[in-house]
Design a protein around this ligand. Structure first.
Ligand code: S3P
Length: 182
């Protein structure tokens, strides 16, 4: 672990997962939290609770700008956790410089990567895709575009990169925890 002081003064950084939709942030984050006996926080869940509606409904009703503003508050709230937590960030949370700063300052940030075709298969399953308004136009093309547009933001915030492409969830969890130093 290379980071030191989080917002709440603890010397243990949060474990933060970033990456595109379908990278496995929520699934892997939840398992990491269980292994570390830490609270698990998902910024999309915080937004949904605050908004009283799903992310898809919020996009449809108030637009992406409102969602991003609420996402910034969610990132701030998650980083302010007084105990070290595992934080799964929505795929676009890294776009705002304030979010990148907060996450880097209070967490050890792991970028979960996979090729767009793999991500598209994962998010194409069942209700997952309907819950992700940005994918309405077609997952593979959109994910390829987002991967190119966001690579520099993920790179800027990441302390470590873990490839999830052909690994099982337990293997990814092991790799993330090893990077984190646990
Ligand atoms: C988004 C990713 C989603 C969610 C919203 C926007 C993005 O989260 O925050 O639909 O911009 O990449 P997941 O990455 O958890 O699917």
């Amino acid at each position: 672990m290379t980071r030191s002081i989080d917002d709440a003064g603890s010397d243990t950084p949060h474990l933060v997962l970033v990456g595109l939709m379908g990278a496995g942030k929520t699934t892997v984050g939840y398992q990491c939290a269980k292994r570390l006996s830490r609270p698990f926080v998902d910024t999309d869940d915080l937004v949904q609770t605050a908004a009283g509606m799903t992310v898809a409904e919020l996009f449809a009703l108030s637009g992406e700008g409102r969602f991003r503003a609420m996402e910034r508050e969610a990132v701030g709230d998650a980083c302010a956790s007084p105990v070290p937590a595992v934080i799964a960030c929505g795929g676009g949370a890294v776009l705002h410089a304030d979010n990148r700063r907060q996450l880097k300052r209070s967490g050890f940030v792991v970028w979960l990567q996979a090729p767009p075709e793999v991500l598209a298969v994962r998010v194409g399953r069942g209700a997952d895709r309907a819950e992700r308004p940005l994918l309405a136009g077609g997952p593979v093309t959109t994910l390829e575009r987002l991967a190119a547009a966001r690579a520099s933001a993920y790179e800027a915030v990441a302390d470590a990169v873990v490839d999830t492409g052909d690994r099982s969830v337990p293997e990814v969890v092991d790799a993330v925890l090893e990077e984190y130093g646990s």
